[in-house]
Design a protein around this ligand. Structure first.
Ligand SMILES: [Zn+2]
Length: 302
């Protein structure tokens, strides 16, 4: 009897994951309260790997990208991340046009990359647009209609940088508590609004809190509304550090990271750009670059 150990992309630990997700995603927790049990405490003590002095932006005039890049990162007091490798020609995740949608929280790749996803859309800080314009770090945005509808326009310059807009329901419910019809309208109505506003239909869906991700009801709702995959995560950004599902608290190639559009009210006074800068620093310390999630996913042939 061979055990099927290869479906790494499927999340079978639904219960545990949902619990963890509930604690970390979009919730009220400001980052401290929910830390994992056995606690050598978080990475505050991690030694900085004394990397390239930021001031050595000895940008030779011709060396455009690297030099300009270093200056942009220095502006935000950050050490540049290694450049991401070229997107794989053969995509690790291939989506089908019909049938059940896959559920994944990471991408099978040996590239030393991670993917950043940012959810909900509450905080609309112009400084964050400036930061991403400077740094060109790819993100995927999972937007909730009722949270973004007061200013759809905020996300357009972020989209113009090449970042994709994805589906995260109309009003951020706990999906498994809803009837099948209501689950469907949560996905379909967000899909319609985002498609209308941003001119392109979301390919991916993320349920609030990760809840219900592996239920047939949710899967059916997603199929009926257009997205072709359910995307979860491996790490969840808090204020200064990530909460890891892995016991070793280390990033792995292909991990999907969850963050939120949050501001000082949710971040104990920290701003969106401080949070995001800290996220990039944690990624940089571990030697990863950030790639675009959609570059590792093959959309269905239409
Ligand atoms: Zn959310």
């Amino acid at each position: 009897m061979s055990r099927d150990g290869r479906s790494r992309t499927r999340t079978y630990a639904a219960g545990a994951l949902a619990l963890l997700a509930f604690a970390t995603a979009c919730g009220d927790n400001g980052g401290g309260g929910t830390t994992a049990p056995a606690g050598t405490s978080a990475a505050s003590g991690t030694p900085q790997p004394a990397a390239a002095a930021p001031s050595s932006a000895a940008a030779t005039p011709g060396a455009a990208p690297a030099g300009a890049n270093a200056a942009a990162w220095a502006k935000w007091n950050l050490t540049p991340l290694p450049p991401a490798p070229a997107p794989p020609a053969d995509k690790p995740i291939k989506l089908e046009r019909t049938g059940p949608v896959p559920v994944f929280s990471d991408v099978k790749t040996t590239d030393k990359v991670v993917f950043i996803t940012i959810d909900d859309g509450a905080e609309k800080d112009p400084k964050f647009v400036e930061m991403l314009t400077d740094l060109k770090v790819p993100i995927s945005m999972f937007l909730t209609k009722d949270i973004v509808k007061n200013d759809y326009g905020y996300f357009k310059p972020l989209q113009a940088l090449g970042n994709h807009i994805q589906n995260h329901t109309v009003d951020h419910p706990v999906m498994s508590k809803l009837s099948p019809d209501k689950q469907k309208s949560e996905v379909c109505d967000d899909q319609a609004a985002l498609t209308q506003q941003y001119g392109t239909a979301p390919l991916l869906f993320r349920p609030p809190f990760g809840d219900g991700a592996n239920t047939p009801t949710l899967n059916t709702a997603v199929q009926q509304c257009g997205p072709r995959a359910v995307v979860l995560w491996r790490e969840s950004m808090q204020i200064h550090d990530m909460q890891y599902q892995a016991g070793d608290k280390k990033l792995k190639p292909g991990d999907i990271i969850l963050a939120h559009f949050r501001g000082p009210k949710e971040l104990k006074g920290a701003t969106m750009t401080q949070m995001f800068g800290d996220l990039l620093a944690r990624i940089q310390e571990q030697g990863f670059s950030v790639a675009r999630l959609e570059d590792y996913i093959q959309a269905p042939a239409s």
